[in-house]
Design a protein around this ligand. Structure first.
Ligand SMILES: [Zn+2]
Length: 497
């Protein structure tokens, strides 16, 4: 049993790290443990995530907020267990963030319970996160927020980074951070992203010497790639992913030209020794940037763990140039926040404070469309998570609930396999309102090869993709239907000649 090499050694090291935190703070409140699960991954069947639970001390102690990161890393071949994949950017950076938050947060008491988790098997299909999401779902765990951190320390743009993260090769960005989450309208994931950003802007931005810029991204993840937040979303838990603005992407995409990026290769190391004095002096993981991302996460996590219970039975109606809102607050806090955003914006345009559970907010633009939600505020000024959203359309004078993926089916391409061109079709059962829809084509490494706009009318809508013209190599490819920035569905297709 190695103490310095391989996933087992890393797992034991993380467990010991969680244990030692208790020693440092002289309390035994942080409870380290494993989540064991059975799944065949590269010839191994038994796997364990490592976690530490900080039990809540308030009335909502049975509710849970989670911060997590995967610690496994990989080389080009996902099952190459012998190559030394240090995975410093992807994802020792996230692992360090989780461990540091366990250290700095565990001396304090929170209403809800906090779970600090380090997962494994992310690179082989989000296995560790799926195991915990399934566990929470089947055991009825009241998981209220999931903050996934994956690639949160790199600031250098590589060749395979997904747009819009990197403006150009080797560009540096240590200010912006991207927050990815599923859904466009009335998405609990986007609501969690907005909450995290709001707590940063209202509590931290003024006091941080270097001020991060938090970008709420429209899609669930970078083009053609995914992460540990997705299995939680699939089980209905609010989940978001933090990622660097600039990253050194997938270094070994099969079938594409000679990229030299570091992720998923043995080159994903901490830094280099440029003057050969035996010490690293130029770093690929920027410690200041990583520490700022850690502060952003800790703040959002703490506020989600501390806050009161959100309002219930929220309703909203348009009136002249405003919205009349009403809701119930079983705990009678007497102070509330109202988040209002333009329907097509990811960010709130305004977050007002009100002092009654029935009020009207004026000053909105007639003709514009808005999405509205509310939160409770406790005696200490801590917001709850925000309620569901309602859309308000002044154009029709009615309340509408809009774009949904129901009645939208991405069909298998035909013919398949194909030797030249193939037809991709989307079946639409009822009229949709949307801004932009396209079919994206990816290679097996997730690199986007093409985008074809598609019009989504009621009935069958088709686009043709010609492979022969592009001289792609034979093999498996994927295509997705993307609606207003959201991947609705993805299917595989086989190019053979
Ligand atoms: Zn990763």
């Amino acid at each position: 049993m190695s103490t310095s090499f391989g996933i087992g050694a890393a797992r034991r090291w993380v467990y010991e790290k969680f244990k030692s935190i208790n020693g440092q703070i002289g309390q035994d409140r942080l409870l380290p443990s494993y989540l064991q699960f059975t799944q065949p991954i590269c010839g191994m069947n038994q796997h364990r995530n490592i976690m530490a639970i900080l039990p809540g001390t308030g009335p909502q102690y049975q509710e849970v907020v989670l911060v997590e990161a995967h610690m496994d890393s990989r080389c080009k071949d996902v099952c190459d267990v012998l190559c030394l994949a240090e995975g410093m950017e992807d994802n020792a950076s996230g692992t360090a963030l989780v461990l540091e938050l366990a250290r700095v947060m565990s001396p304090f008491a929170y209403n809800r319970s906090i779970v600090f988790m380090v997962t494994i098997g992310e690179e082989q299909g989000l296995a560790g996160a799926t195991a915990f999401a399934n566990y929470c779902f089947s055991e009825g765990v009241q998981l209220k927020a999931v903050l996934n951190n994956d690639i949160v320390g790199g600031i250098i743009c590589g060749e395979t980074a997904s747009p819009p993260g990197c403006p150009g090769l080797n560009e540096i960005d240590s200010i912006n951070v991207r927050v990815y989450s599923d859904g466009v309208f009335n998405s609990k994931h986007k609501q969690l992203a907005r909450f995290s950003k709001l707590e940063y802007q209202e509590l931290l931005e003024a006091v941080m010497p270097v001020k991060p810029v938090v970008n709420i991204m429209t899609p669930e993840d970078r083009t053609g790639r995914g992460g540990d937040h997705i299995p939680f979303r699939q089980k209905g838990f609010a989940s978001i992913r933090y990622t660097s603005a600039n990253e050194h992407g997938n270094g070994d995409p099969t079938g594409t030209p000679d990229y030299h990026d570091r992720q998923h290769t043995m080159e994903d190391v901490l830094g280099v020794d440029t003057n050969s004095d035996g010490e690293l002096d130029s770093f690929f993981v920027d410690f200041n940037y990583l520490s700022r991302n850690t502060v952003l996460n800790g703040n959002a996590l703490a506020m989600a763990a501390l806050g009161p219970v959100p309002p219930i039975n929220f309703a909203v109606e348009p009136v002249n140039n405003g919205v009349a809102i009403s809701f119930e607050d079983p705990d009678n806090h007497g102070e509330y926040r109202v988040g209002i955003r333009k329907y097509w914006d990811n960010d709130w345009e305004l977050v007002n404070t009100i002092f009654t559970t029935a009020d009207t907010i004026y000053g909105l633009i007639p003709g514009e469309e808005y999405a509205v939600s509310v939160a409770c505020v406790d005696d200490l000024g801590t917001e709850s998570l925000f309620s569901r959203e309602y859309a308000v359309s002044f154009a029709t004078g009615t309340r509408e609930v809009r774009v949904s993926e129901q009645g939208l089916t991405l069909l298998q391409n035909h013919p398949n396999p194909f030797d030249e061109a193939t037809v991709i079709a989307v079946k639409v059962d009822r009229a949709l309102r949307y801004k932009e829809a396209y079919i994206a084509v990816y290679n097996i490494e997730g690199k986007e090869l093409a985008r074809m706009p598609i019009e989504l009318k009621e009935g069958l809508n088709e686009v043709i993709y010609d492979f022969q013209n592009h001289q792609y190599i034979p093999g498996t490819y994927a295509y997705s239907l993307v609606l207003d920035g959201r991947v609705v569905d993805t299917k595989q297709m086989i190019y053979a000649y």
